[in-house]
Ligand binder design. Sequence first.
Ligand SMILES: Nc1nc2c(ncn2[C@@H]2O[C@H](COP(=O)(O)OP(=O)(O)OP(=O)(O)O)[C@@H](O)[C@H]2O)c(=O)[nH]1
Ligand SMILES: [Mg+2]
Length: 239
Amino acid sequence: MNEVLVIIPTYNEGENIVKIIESIFTIHQDINVLVVDDNSPDGTSSKVKEVIPNYQNKLHLITRDSKMGLGTAYLKGFSWAINKNFEYIISMDADFSHNPSDILRLYNSCVDEKNDVCIGSRYIKGINVVNWPLQRIILSYFASLYVRLITGMRIMDPTSGFVCYSVKSLQNLNLSEIKFNGYAFQIEMKFKLFLKKSVLTEIPIIFTDRKFGKSKLNGSIIGEAVFGVISMKLKSFFS
Ligand SMILES: Nc1nc2c(ncn2[C@@H]2O[C@H](COP(=O)(O)OP(=O)(O)OP(=O)(O)O)[C@@H](O)[C@H]2O)c(=O)[nH]1
Ligand SMILES: [Mg+2]
């Protein structure tokens, strides 16, 4: 899987980052991993730097000056991957909500079944979420329903952050036009790819709540998603 780059954005993931890196490389020795850290006060970047020599040029780090949001962290990672000629990008969280064992299933769906994008989905076979408080499940489930209704995409988990993108499909987008930065970023990516007629598919995954570190979800991230989805849909009529 030399042509695959896993991108992990991090903010204060010091308790998770080294473990998730180890766990990815234990399963896939030939994959590449890029951490995009926003100068986390807990020293996430220095923890990554310490282990870089253990992974023979397969572990990479970009440290930005300050917390600038998940969306721009991914965009930074996407352009890095495109410059380095990777063919597939896996986006995933640092907090073990996404199981590294599912990376191969996402990748195979793109390569073997010729999908442009494969989404790790919590909601295609019931509700596969472990240890989330009920209000979080309800919020996420109804957010998915809302996005489906407004956008018309038949995707059960449009806010999922565990995704395999073919770089070719990303090159069809104007990435500088991606505007949203929180969960709405995940929705916007899927919607823009859907408008470009990319083939998006979903496979079931089990999502597990983080054991270490803190959630970065807040009211403004939810607000951005609620209004962002409507504004994206309206703009799509004019473009
Ligand atoms: N570089 C960077 N990474 C971020 C930022 N905000 C969140 N992240 C990382 O993005 C990944 C997903 O974060 P979120 O989707 O906000 O969710 P979370 O913080 O994991 O929250 P829970 O899943 O509720 O625990 C995690 O690895 C975070 O550390 C940010 O501003 N900059
Ligand atoms: Mg998380």
